[in-house]
Design a binder for this molecule. Structure first.
Ligand SMILES: Nc1ncnc2c1ncn2[C@@H]1O[C@H](COP(=O)(O)OP(=O)(O)OP(=O)(O)O)[C@@H](O)[C@H]1O
Length: 300
């Protein structure tokens, strides 16, 4: 795997406010990276610097061998800014072909590429509609289509599903999933749960500092943990579960939730757990193999 982005000792200050504080990370080609953190953590600042919209106060960023904003990155990296706007007076087709031509495509190539990206986001049928006639979710998908024009290698999406209903948010996640591997995605959100199934790497920013950087989340973690949500969880249940063969550690992560770490057993562990639940006539709300991203990041 090759590194497509390498950030070293990156800091950004606005007056006395230190928005990014000595941030360092590498992103491998083809990975899907979640950039998560609470409001004001520095996600948009980091995005803006990577895209070349803002200059860092100190530190270096290497993107495919170039500095952010370098002309040679023009068709290799694209971004959906958090507050992306479309012009309400023009049709979807007019706006996207305009952006495609800005990338240097001829009129014919721009039109073809616009049709291609509109099909990708399932909006070919509204190509001739003005963007003011579209729903919020559709407009967001048009902006994502714009970010996909010209087949970029790296795509940054800032809060791509913010404010969308579950159906539209799922459509966007499915689209990203279908393009994973060919494109390196960096997706920002303050909602951890939204990105956890999509991403293999997480950058967790808090007050400008990168407090956790894990790669291959699913590959290394999946299989040795079970997350169990129970109705009326009590100490007796925890005791009985901890006596199951293979249990190494149990952690109560919420009033109704246990994260159980286990070693491989001849009988699949989730089946043993379900058998125990059945035997005692307990009621479980949810049983998921693996740990949520939130539990991986914040619970030892
Ligand atoms: N142009 C600016 N001038 C002054 N302070 C700024 C500027 N841009 C960002 N900041 C400050 O830098 C910090 C990081 O902001 P940033 O927008 O990067 O956070 P964020 O993680 O994207 O937040 P959110 O999830 O709310 O979008 C905040 O404290 C913010 O107030």
């Amino acid at each position: 795997m090759s590194t497509v982005i390498e950030v070293k000792s990156l800091s950004k200050t606005f007056g006395t406010k230190r928005a990014l504080d000595n941030v360092e990370f590498k992103i491998e080609k083809g990975s899907t990276v979640a950039l998560v953190g609470p409001n004001g953590a520095g996600k948009t600042t980091l995005f803006s610097i990577v895209c070349g919209y803002l200059k860092p106060s100190s530190g270096t960023i290497d993107i495919l061998g170039h500095r952010p904003g370098d002309a040679s990155l023009f068709d290799k990296i694209s971004a959906l800014p958090q507050d992306a706007q479309l012009d309400p007076k023009f049709s979807v087709l007019q706006q996207l072909t305009f952006f495609a031509k800005l990338q240097g495509m001829s009129g014919k190539a721009a039109l073809e590429d616009t049709k291609r990206v509109l099909t990708l986001v399932d909006l070919a049928h509204v190509a001739n509609s003005k963007t003011s006639e579209l729903s919020h979710g559709m407009r967001k998908r048009v902006c994502i289509a714009q970010a996909l024009l010209g087949s970029p290698e790296i795509v940054l999406l800032d809060e791509a599903t913010a404010g969308l209903d579950p159906k539209n948010a799922k459509a966007i996640r499915s689209l990203i999933a279908s393009l994973q591997g060919d494109i390196t995605f960096i997706l920002s959100s303050h909602d951890l749960s939204e990105l956890e199934r999509l991403c293999d790497t997480v950058l967790y920013l808090e007050q400008g500092q990168l407090s956790s950087h894990q790669s291959d989340l699913h590959k290394t973690e999946q299989g040795s943990f079970v997350t169990l949500q129970m109705l009326n969880l009590d100490a007796d249940m925890q005791d009985k579960i901890s006596n199951l063969a293979g249990v190494r550690h149990i952690k109560q992560t919420q009033s109704d939730e246990l994260v159980i770490e286990y070693t491989k057993q001849p009988q699949p562990f989730d089946l043993s757990l379900l058998a125990l639940i059945h035997e005692h006539k307990w009621t479980y709300k949810q049983l998921v193999n693996g740990r949520t991203l939130e539990n991986q990041l914040f619970v030892d």
